[in-house]
Design a protein around this ligand. Sequence first.
Ligand SMILES: Nc1ncnc2c1ncn2[C@@H]1O[C@H](COP(=O)(O)OP(=O)(O)OP(=O)(O)O)[C@@H](O)[C@H]1O
Length: 660
Amino acid sequence: MLTRLYFTPVHRQEDSNTLTVGVNSSEAGSQQSLVSNESSASSLQSNDENIQISSYSATTWQLLKLCKPDWHYIFGGFIFLLAASVTEIFIPYFEGHVINDIVKSTSDTQIRDAIITLGLITFATSVCTGIRGGLFMVAVARMNIRIRNLLFQSVVKQDISFFDQSTTGEITSRLTSDVTKMSDEVTLNINTFLRGIIKVIGTTIFMFVLSFRLTVVTLISLPLIAIIVDYFGEWYKKLSKSVQDSLASANGVAEEVCSSIKTVRSFACESYEIQRYAKKLKITYGHKLKQAILYAGFEFTNEMLDLAITVVTLYYGGHLVITGQISGGMFIAFILYQLEMGESVEDLGEVYTGLMQAVGAADKVFELLDRKSEFTCNGTYAPAQLSGHIQFKDVSFSYPSNRERMVLDKVSFEAKPGEVIALVGQSGSGKSTCISLLERFYEPASGEILIDSHPISEYDHEYLHRKMALVGQEPVLFARKLEENIAYGHENCEFEDIRQSAIEANADEFIQDLHHGYGAYAGERGHNLSGGQKQRIAIARAIVRKPCILLLDEATSALDAYSEHLVQQAIKANCKNRTVIIIAHRLSTVEDADRILVIDKGKVAEEGNHFSLLAKNGIYTKLVKNQLLSTSKDSPQQDELCSDADQKSPTTPSLTTEEI
Ligand SMILES: Nc1ncnc2c1ncn2[C@@H]1O[C@H](COP(=O)(O)OP(=O)(O)OP(=O)(O)O)[C@@H](O)[C@H]1O
C-alpha cells in the first residue's frame, strides 16, 4: 500500500507523443507573450510581460496566469475539495465506532445513531466530491480550449520560415497531446496533490490519536519504502523515456507513410514500409520487455514489504487489543487510516511525476506560444487607391534555413501599373523567391521592395493581400465546397461573382459537370480534383478578388495545351488595369509580356521584350532555342496540338525549360 509511492504513475506516460518542435529554445526566452496581443480572444487573459521560460518555476507561473480567467471554477473546486477531504478523514473513525458498538452489542439506538452520523458524513463527502469533480472538469475544459486557441493563433502568425523548419506532425502534436497533457494533468494533479496533503496530515493525526505506538511503527518503515521505490522509480522512468522515444520514432514512420501513400504505392514499397514500422515497434517492445521485468521485480518487493508491514501491524496491534490498550473497533479504524494513508502517499507520488510531465509539456507549449515571428505584420498603411507600381531595389535574400547561400543577389526591377512582367530562367534561379518576398513570406536580407513607393512592410497585412492575389505552382485547395474555395478570404462575395470568375478561369464547365456543382467538396488539399482543375479553381480564386497586382507562378503548368490556351486568354483579359508578374517555364506563355526578366543564379541577367531579348542572342535566346530543339526532338504531336490551340504563338513552342 505505502510502497506504491512514485511508481504506478509512470505507466500513464507511455503512449504520449514526445516529438519535439523545431523551435529554437533560445528564442522562447524574453519573448512577449502572445496572450497579450489577442483582443479577439475575449476571455483569454492578457499578459504583456517578457517571460523567461527556461525553468519549471517560470512555466508554472505562466500556467497559473493562464488559469486566471477560470479562477472562480478553480477556487470553487478547491473549497469543495477541502470540504470533501476533511469530511472523508472522519469516515474510518466513525466506522470504528460502529464496529465497536456492534462488537460490544450496545443498544440498537446507539448503533443506529452511529450509522446515521457515518451516513451523513459520507453523504456530505459524496456531494462535495461530486461538485469538486464537476468544477475542475469545467476548468480543465475551458483552459484546454483557451490554450488551443492561443496556440493556434500563435502558430498561424508565425513567419513562413518557421513552417519550413518544423514538420506538421510536430506542430499538431503541440496542439493536441501537449495541450491535453498540460491542461488536464496540471489541474488534476493540483487537485490530487491538495487532497493527498490534507488526507496525509488528517490520517496521521487520527492515527496518532488512535495509537501513538502503532503510528510510530508504521512511520518507521516509510524511509525504507521511499528508498526502494525511488530506486525502482528512477530506473523505470529512464525506460519509459526510451519507450516514448522509440514510439515517437515509429509514429514518425507511420505519419510519413500515410501522408505519402501515393508515392509509397507507386514504388510498390508497402512491404518495405511495413517492415520499417515493425522494426521500430520491435525496439519499443524491447524497452517494454525490460520495463515488464522491472515491474515484476518491483511488484514482488512491494508485496513483500506490504506483507511485512501488515504482519508487524497485526502482531503489535493484536497485542495492544488483547492487553486492552486499544479497542477492537479502533484498531480496525487504525488499519483503515493506514490504508488511506498509503493511498494518499501513492497519490502524492503520482502527482510529482504527473506534474513534472505536465510542466514539461507546458514548457514546450509556452515555447511555441511565446515564439515571436521573425518579422511582424503590423503595418497600417492602407490607401484608398493602389496603382500597383512594384519596385525591387537591390534586393538580396537567403532562406533562414540556409543563411550562407544567397538566393537573390541585389535584384532590381520595376513593374509599372498595368504592366505584365515575366520572370524566366533556369529552375532554381530564384524566380519564385521574388514572388515569396513580394507576398512577404520572408524579409529581404538587404534592399527594399516598394509598392507605390511605400515599403511593403508599411502596408496593412490584410489590405495588401486583398490587393494582391497569387496563384502558386502547386495550388492548395481547402477541404470545403468549391464555391467556398473560390471565395476564400472574400467573405461577402456574391455567387454571381464566383461563377463569373470560374467562367473566366475556364473552370465553370467542369464544375457544372460535378454532381454537386459549386457545392462539391474539394477534398483534403483538393484531392478530389485533378491538378489542372485545382489550378483553374486557384485562378478563379485570384480573379474573384479583382486584385490590382496579380502574381502567377507557373499558374497554368498543370493544364493541357488547349485549357492553357483558354486560361491564358482569360488571364490576359484579366490583366488589363493590373500589374501582373508571371513566371512560366513555357516561354510561349510569356512572349507577349511587356517586359521579360531573365533571372540567372539570383541575378537579373537580361531584361527586355521577347524580340529585343532574342536580338541580344543571350541566355533568353538559348532558352528559346533549347525549347525549340526539345520540341522538334520529343513531341511533334504537341507542336500540332499547340498550333491548333495557340494560334498566336507560332515562334515559341509549349515546352518547359526544365524539359531542356
Ligand atoms: N523554403 C526554402 N528553404 C531553403 N531554400 C529554398 C527554399 N525555397 C527555395 N529554396 C532554394 O532557393 C533557390 C531558388 O528557388 P526558387 O524556388 O526561387 O527557384 P525558381 O527559379 O522559382 O525555380 P523553379 O522554376 O524550379 O520553380 C533554389 O536553389 C531552392 O533550392
